[in-house]
Design a protein around this ligand. Structure first.
Ligand SMILES: C[S@@+](CC[C@H](N)C(=O)[O-])C[C@H]1O[C@@H](n2cnc3c(N)ncnc32)[C@H](O)[C@@H]1O
Length: 197
């Protein structure tokens, strides 16, 4: 049985396809952060992790929220560099429909979903909030339906964490230091690899 690894990273990136690919950290609203998280979630040295599903909601202006989901089993033609990943996010924003989810390119799905809807749709999974002050991952039995939630360069909002707790989320920590979100994802992937997931 395949155990899928779901990751959500909140993003403050802009919600317009008018993205300057030469300025991902600036005018695109830190799109570089989410691109690095996507790289960390999927790429191995010689291929893609097919058992990963990556979720983000872009919260930047002018048209938030924009929900994007990437499914490792179906991804095609995306390469691991930040610029290329940003090109696919740009395509998703160009092709998005206001009233329904569409597959903008193979394995990439875009819609106007908000955080509450995302949680409700995924309530069959076990939610883990990545939090420096949470229970050490070494002492947590990760379930076979894990869904990990992280902030980007800012933490998740208090209200978002409260919503997660209502769905039974557990705060887990990979250490006392505050790491970059993309580095946290690498560590979680490595940890699950070691555990034979
Ligand atoms: C760059 S950190 C957020 C930065 C910082 N907390 C702030 O708001 O300025 C991004 C995310 O990585 C996760 N994270 C960072 N260090 C962690 C750790 N040691 N254990 C668990 N999660 C961590 C948290 O989910 C955090 O929201």
């Amino acid at each position: 049985m395949t155990i899928y690894r779901h990751f959500y990273v909140k993003s403050h990136a802009k919600t317009t396809p008018d993205i300057n690919l030469k300025d991902l950290p600036g005018s695109a609203g830190r799109l570089d952060v989410i691109a690095r998280c996507i790289n960390a979630a999927f790429w191995l040295s010689y291929g893609i992790r097919k058992n990963v599903v990556f979720h983000t909601i872009l919260h930047g202006e002018p048209n938030p929220p924009v929900y994007i989901r990437m499914e490792g089993e179906k991804l095609r033609k995306v390469s691991p560099d930040e610029r290329n990943i940003a090109i696919f996010i740009k395509k998703a924003l160009e092709r998005m429909k206001e009233d329904k989810e569409i597959e903008s390119t193979p394995g990439i799905f875009v819609s106007k979903k908000n955080f509450q809807q995302l949680l409700e749709e995924n309530k069959d999974k076990d939610f883990y909030i990545l939090d420096e002050r949470g229970k050490s991952i070494e002492n947590v039995e990760i379930s076979s339906k894990p869904f990990f939630f992280l902030g980007d360069y800012m933490d998740l909002e208090k209200e978002e964490k409260e919503m997660l707790y209502e769905y039974g989320a557990q705060p887990i920590s990979i250490g006392e230091k505050s790491y970059l979100s993309s580095h946290c994802i690498v560590i979680i992937n490595w940890w699950l690899d070691r555990k034979g997931f």
